[in-house]
Write a protein that binds this ligand. Structure first.
Ligand code: NAD
Length: 436
C-alpha cells in the first residue's frame, strides 16, 4: 500500500510511522518546512516515548520518508490521510476546518489514480461529505472516495494505542473504499481487535461521543472529590468502590485538577456546538465544560488557602506543567490556569517539568525553569504537584520538606497520602477530595 499522510503532528507522525511499521510505504507531508527538515535529519519534533526508534527503523528500511511536497506524496498513493489540526475556532466553539479544507483542495489538485481520502483529524459530522464536495469541485476528473477514520490514541502511549487499539472505526460510503481501509489495517487483524465499519456520520460522531463521555467521567469524579472535601470522605476510596462495578469500570476515575490537553476541551466545545447547530443542546456536555473550568479555579483557591490566604511574596515550586505525563504537550493544561494565578498573585514561581520547558516557556512567562525538584523546593513556601510524571511519584519527601522555608505540599494528583506527608515533616498537605 502506498500512503500519503498529510500533517505530521502527534497524530499524523505516529500514524505514519506505525503504518510504515506495518509494511506500508508511507510519505509524510507537512507544510512546516522546519519540521520536515528536522524529520529528514532523523529528529522527532515532539516528545512521544518510543517514536524515535520506530521512525529510525522504518526510514532505514526505506518505507518511510518526509517531504514538504504534497503533490509528490499524493501522486500514486492509494490512500491519502488528512491528519491536520482542528483547533477551536475563535469565538464560537466550532472546530476550525480551515486546515482540513485547505488540505482537501491541495489533495484534489494532486490526485492521479484512484485513492481514498481518509480524514483522521477529529471533525464535526458532515465534514467528510464536505471534503468530498471540495475535491470533486476542484478536480471533477478525480477518481476517489472519502473515508472517516478517527484516531483514539493517547499522547504518551501513542504507539501502544495505535498498534493495539481497543477498536478501529472506519466510516465509508462504499465497498471499494472499505476494501482499501481493510487492507491498510490488515496487519493488525492478526491480533484480535474489533474493526467497526460504519457510515461517515456515525464514524465522525463516535469520536466526539467517546471524548465527551471520558470528559464527563473524569469531571464526575472531580466533582465528587469536591463533595468529599466537604463531608470528610476520601475520593480515592469512593473511586475504588464504584470502579469495581463492571458497568462503571475503574479507569478514568482519578480525581485531579481538571482535564486539559489537545482533545477534551476542544472536542467537548465542538460537540456542544454541533448540538446547538442542530437545535439539540447537549446539556450534559455543556455542564461538563463549565464544571471543569470551575475545578481548575477551585485548585487555585486550594493553593491560596494552603498559602494562608495570599501568594504575595511566597516562593512556590510547581512540579509538572504538561497536561499529562510523557508528553511535551501544553495545550489547555491546568497549569495554564494555575501558574498565571500564582504569578499574578505575587508568588515567585519555579517550575520543573521533564519535557515541558520548550513548549512552556512562551506560555508561562515570569517563572524560573529548574531541573531538579529538590532544588526548586529549596526555601520554598509551597510545593505543588501538578503533573504526575514518574520523576515525581517517588520523591524523597523528607529531603523535600527539609529544604523548604515552610514545608507545605499541594498534591493535586493524590500521589502521596496525608499520613506519609505528615510523617515526612510537611506541616501542610492538601490533596484533591481527601477528607476535610
Ligand atoms: P498538530 O497540531 O500537532 O499537527 C498538525 C500538523 O498538520 C502540523 O504539523 C501542521 O503544520 C500540519 N498541517 C496543517 N495543514 C497542513 C497542510 N495543508 N499540509 C500539510 N501539513 C499541514 O495536531 P495533532 O495533535 O496531531 O491533531 C491532529 C488531529 O488529530 C486533530 O483533529 C486532533 O483533534 C486529532 N486527534 C489528536 C489526538 C492527540 O492526542 N493529539 C488524538 C486523537 C485525535
Amino acid at each position: 500500500m502506498r500512503i500519503a499522510m498529510i500533517g505530521t503532528g502527534y497524530v499524523g507522525l505516529v500514524s505514519g510511522v506505525c503504518f510504515s511499521d506495518f509494511g506500508h510505504d508511507v510519505v509524510c507531508v507537512d507544510k512546516d518546512a522546519r519540521k520536515i527538515a528536522r524529520l529528514n535529519q532523523g529528529e522527532v519534533p515532539i516528545y512521544e516515548p518510543g517514536l524515535d526508534q520506530l521512525m529510525e527503523k522504518n526510514v532505514k528500511a526505506g518505507r518511510l520518508s518526509f517531504t514538504g511536497d504534497l503533490a509528490a506524496a499524493v501522486d500514486g498513493a492509494e490512500a491519502v490521510f488528512i491528519a491536520v489540526g482542528t483547533p477551536t475556532r475563535r469565538g464560537d466553539g466550532h472546530a476550525d476546518l480551515t486546515y482540513v479544507m485547505a488540505a482537501a483542495e491541495e489533495i484534489a489538485a494532486a490526485l492521479t489514480g484512484y485513492a481514498v481520502v481518509v480524514t483522521k483529524s477529529t471533525v464535526p459530522v458532515g465534514t467528510n461529505r464536505q471534503v468530498q464536495q471540495v475535491i470533486a469541485r476542484a478536480n471533477p476528473q478525480a477518481d476517489f472516495d472519502v473515508a472517516s477514520n478517527p484516531e483514539f490514541l493517547r499522547e504518551g502511549a501513542a504507539i501502544e494505542d495505535f498498534m493495539k487499539p481497543d477498536r478501529v472505526v472506519v466510516g465509508v460510503q462504499n465497498e471499494r473504499a472499505a476494501e482499501v481501509m481493510a487492507e491498510i489495517y490488515r496487519p493488525l487483524y492478526l491480533r484480535d481487535f474489533p474493526i467497526l465499519t460504519t457510515d461517515l456520520e456515525s464514524a465522525e460522531l463516535i469520536k466526539y461521543a467517546a471524548n465527551a463521555f471520558l470528559a464527563a467521567k473524569i469531571t464526575f469524579i472531580n466533582e465528587i472529590a469536591g463533595l468529599c472535601e466537604r463531608v470528610g470522605a476520601d475520593v480515592k476510596e469512593v473511586a475504588r468502590g464504584i470502579g469495581f462495578d463492571g458497568r462503571i469500570g475503574n479507569k478514568f476515575l482519578h480525581a485531579g485538577p481538571g482535564y486539559g490537553g489537545s482533545c477534551f476541551p476542544k472536542d467537548t466545545a465542538a460537540l456542544a456546538r454541533i448540538g446547538q447547530d442542530h437545535a439539540f443542546p447537549l446539556r450534559i456536555t455543556e455542564t461538563v465544560m463549565r464544571v471543569n473550568d470551575e475545578v481548575k479555579h477551585r485548585m487555585v483557591e486550594k493553593l491560596r488557602d494552603a498559602c494562608e490566604g495570599s501568594f504575595n511574596g511566597k516562593t512556590v515550586a510547581v512540579l509538572g506543567v504538561t497536561f499529562k505525563p510523557n508528553t511535551d504537550d501544553m495545550r489547555e493544561a491546568p497549569s495554564l490556569t494555575i501558574v498565571p494565578a500564582l504569578v499574578g498573585g505575587g508568588a515567585r514561581v519555579r517550575v520543573v517539568d521533564p519535557q515541558g520547558q520548550a513548549e512552556g516557556e512562551a506560555l508561562l512567562p515570569g517563572v524560573a525553569w529548574m531541573e531538579d525538584p529538590y532544588e526548586a523546593a529549596q526555601n520554598a513556601d509551597l510545593v505543588v504537584l501538578l503533573t504526575e510524571w514518574n520523576e515525581f511519584r517517588a520523591l524523597d519527601l523528607k529531603k523535600l520538606a527539609r529544604g523548604m522555608e515552610v514545608p507545605r505540599m499541594a498534591d493535586l494528583r493524590n500521589i502521596y497520602s496525608p499520613k506519609t506527608a505528615k510523617r515526612a515533616g510537611f506541616r501542610t498537605y492538601v490533596a484533591v477530595g481527601r477528607g476535610a
